[in-house]
Design a protein around this ligand. Structure first.
Ligand SMILES: C[S@@+](CC[C@H](N)C(=O)[O-])C[C@H]1O[C@@H](n2cnc3c(N)ncnc32)[C@H](O)[C@@H]1O
Length: 199
């Protein structure tokens, strides 16, 4: 069986085009088999996008585990003066996110294959967003939180969506060990949005 987070999915191709409205913008995306939420925008991703506010701090934005790119493409389209980075360990996701940035005529996007932050050494970000790879396990999620802290500028913000049943309360505790302030921005149908600010 091919999981959505395999590095080199070998599932058959099943490309589909979607016209979607996100944060009031009409965007075009292509999805494919073996990439997370291939049939359209995940509900948690939509709640995260609807909740997000760009930080006051200047600087780049990062979408970790970008999948086919709904988070990064939407934010790059909204603020074309910021560079938006998208990374995923799944090569098919990286190709789709790159193609989706191009389909929406975006110049301010960088898409890289990366295991968490590995391909991002030396970069810093004003905001990091993630609909995290829960299926990769708790260790990966905790590493993601810890490394996100290191890659944020002072005052930078990590935004995450996580379902209550997937361990939202323990994720919040973990974030509070490291970040100055952890705010529950929204709770919607069991999806929690957390905003964690770096000291
Ligand atoms: C829940 S999905 C979210 C996808 C997309 N951001 C969205 O909102 O539809 C999590 C993503 O994390 C990716 N992923 C899993 N392990 C990863 C890792 N170690 N480094 C980077 N990305 C990873 C998966 O391939 C998947 O695309």
């Amino acid at each position: 069986m091919s999981h959505y987070f395999s590095e080199k999915p070998n599932a058959r191709r099943e490309q589909k085009k979607h016209e979607v409205a996100l944060r009031g913008r009409s965007l075009t995306f292509v999805t494919d088999a073996a990439v997370f939420s291939k049939s359209g925008v995940d509900y948690g991703t939509k709640v995260l996008l609807d909740s997000f506010a760009f930080p006051a701090t200047d600087g780049d934005i990062l979408d970790v585990g970008c999948g086919w790119g709904p988070i990064g493409v939407t934010l790059a389209s909204e603020d074309q003066n910021r560079m938006v980075w998208m990374v995923d360990v799944n090569e098919r996701a990286v190709q789709l996110a790159q193609g989706n940035a191009e389909k929406n005529n975006l110049q301010n996007v960088k898409v890289l294959k990366s295991d968490l932050f590995q391909s991002l050494k030396g970069q810093t970000f004003a905001a990091i967003l993630t609909n995290p790879p829960i299926r990769a396990g708790k260790d990966t999620i905790h590493t993601l939180f810890e490394q996100a802290y290191d890659y944020l500028v002072p005052g930078g913000e990590l935004w995450i969506v996580i379902q209550k049943k997937q361990g939202a309360p323990s994720a919040k505790k973990k974030l509070q060990e490291r970040f100055k302030e952890v705010e529950t921005v929204r709770k919607d149908k069991g999806y929690y949005i957390f905003r964690a600010e770096k000291y």
